[in-house]
Write a protein that binds this ligand. Structure first.
Ligand code: IMP
Ligand code: MG
Length: 429
């Protein structure tokens, strides 16, 4: 038998910002390859190494570990200018990334006009999504509309020019329709982005065959999700979602490996809930508590700086996430943020607008906006946990809380994060 590698998906189980970056950074130590499978520069993965903080938008969080190969899969919409800004910033901070980053030939290029369209569409929409303004929706629209530009096209200047000209014509019409007008800066932005094409081609690879071959060679692979289950285009709170499949199924289509190569799916949940952007948040705190926990957890968007709305842990959503992703384990993050609270609540069910009680996540987002959460109350532990490295050393009430999350979610807790530092992690056997 040939050596058998391992392939684990790391997926967000709420509305993003669960701390996937930190978990990937910790797990990256033990793997050879880390690959992103969807999204683009809308993601903001914050990782702390020593006293330094890194916010990664497109390059996988594994990059901060020497020697690990980091890939951007075909499911990603790659903002080429922003990508090289991030790349060069890592080099400037002394990270040796030469030869370590690979970009799928099949990945879509996110162009400056996608950002313009994103902003113009949001500005003129009656139902705003609260996007990050990074052009994500329009880029995936072009992909599904079969008029996108892919990394592979950069190698063929004539074809590239034709594709871009056709796209620009459409974009200008659309911007006019949206009343956004002024596209004067578009040409300069396009020239700047396309000038980086040759540099990008040097990094190009076909991620499916590369990852599959690595697994055959016994290598270990992490597939890093961005955003979260409730932002998944199919399984989230549509239309208040991002435009890609953030869930575990997306890890196969977004990198080009077969789903049978995936061995484990670790769902990351914050010990409470946050949401940035528009759309319902059933477990939302009352205003005073919202402000309090936002301050305790530093809950401001890593990409946009927007304040995140905060709420209690929602097990209706975490059960949905366990089902959609086929979770084999959980990583619970930011437990320490709850250290000072005297009482905690967990949402166990929703009372629907018609009075019925449901334990499953409704497909109808509009009804979700009107649900009343059913809470279970647990005592707080009211003592610090940031120094704890073993499960047995956690305060008893913290363990009770974690046991309940595990039970209600239906997946075993495998890691508990109790702070931003790499060392602040409790592995659970
Ligand atoms: P888009 O992905 O920029 O189109 O934004 C769509 C929705 O997803 C908005 O509610 C955003 O706030 C949210 N979103 C996108 N990326 C992230 C993320 O990385 N963390 C949290 N929310 C995100
Ligand atoms: Mg984030």
């Amino acid at each position: 038998m040939p050596a058998q590698g391992s392939c684990t998906v790391i997926v967000g189980c709420q509305w993003g910002d669960e701390g996937k970056g930190k978990i990937v950074d910790v797990l990256a130590e033990g793997v050879d390859i880390v690959a992103r499978y969807q999204g683009g520069a809308n993601a903001g993965h914050t990782v702390h190494v020593g006293d330094s903080q890194f916010v990664l938008h497109q390059i996988p969080s594994g990059i901060l570990h020497a020697g690990k190969r980091c890939l951007l899969g075909n499911g990603v919409v790659l903002d080429i200018r922003q990508f090289f800004e991030e790349y060069d910033a890592l080099v400037a901070r002394g990270i040796d990334i030469e030869g370590r980053v690979g970009v799928s030939l099949r990945a879509q290029l996110l162009m400056p006009y996608h950002r313009m369209l994103d902003k113009a569409a949001e500005d003129s929409a009656s139902t705003k999504i609260g996007t990050t303004g990074r052009g994500i929706g329009p880029a995936y629209e072009d992909k599904a509309g079969r008029r996108g530009v892919r990394v592979a096209d950069l190698a063929n200047p004539q074809r590239l020019e034709k594709l871009i000209e056709a796209a620009k014509e459409k974009v200008c019409d659309r911007l006019d329709q949206l009343g956004a007008g002024a596209t004067s800066e578009l040409d300069a932005a396009m020239d700047e982005a396309l000038a980086l094409g040759d540099r990008l081609l040097v990094l190009a690879t076909d991620t499916g065959p590369e990852i599959s071959a690595a697994l055959r060679d016994g290598k270990r692979v992490l597939l890093e999700g961005a955003q979260g289950t409730a932002l998944d285009l199919d399984h989230g709170t549509y239309p208040f979602v991002t435009s890609s499949n953030t869930t575990a199924g997306g890890a196969a289509t977004g990198t080009g490996i077969g789903p049978t190569l995936i061995d484990a799916v670790v769902g990351v949940v914050k010990a409470y809930t946050t949401r940035v952007g528009e759309g319902p948040l059933p477990s939302a705190f009352e205003p005073e508590m919202d402000e309090h926990v936002r301050a305790l957890g530093g809950e401001f968007g890593a990409t946009t700086g927007r304040p995140r709305r905060c709420g209690w842990f929602d097990s209706v959503l975490s059960r949905h996430a366990a089902q959609v992703n086929g979770l084999t384990g959980l990583a619970v993050t930011k437990l320490d943020v709850l250290d000072t609270l005297s009482e905690l609540q967990i949402v166990t069910a929703y009372r629907m607008p018609d009075g019925s009680v449901t334990h499953s996540f409704p497909a109808d987002t509009w009804s979700l906006a009107g649900v009343e959460p059913v809470f279970e109350t647990l005592p707080g532990w009211e003592s610090p946990t940031g120094h704890v490295r073993h499960l047995k050393d956690l305060p008893a009430n913290a363990r009770v809380y974690l046991d309940r999350l595990e039970e209600l979610t239906g997946a075993d807790v495998q890691w508990i994060s109790v702070g931003t530092k790499r060392s602040q992690i409790i592995p659970v056997d």
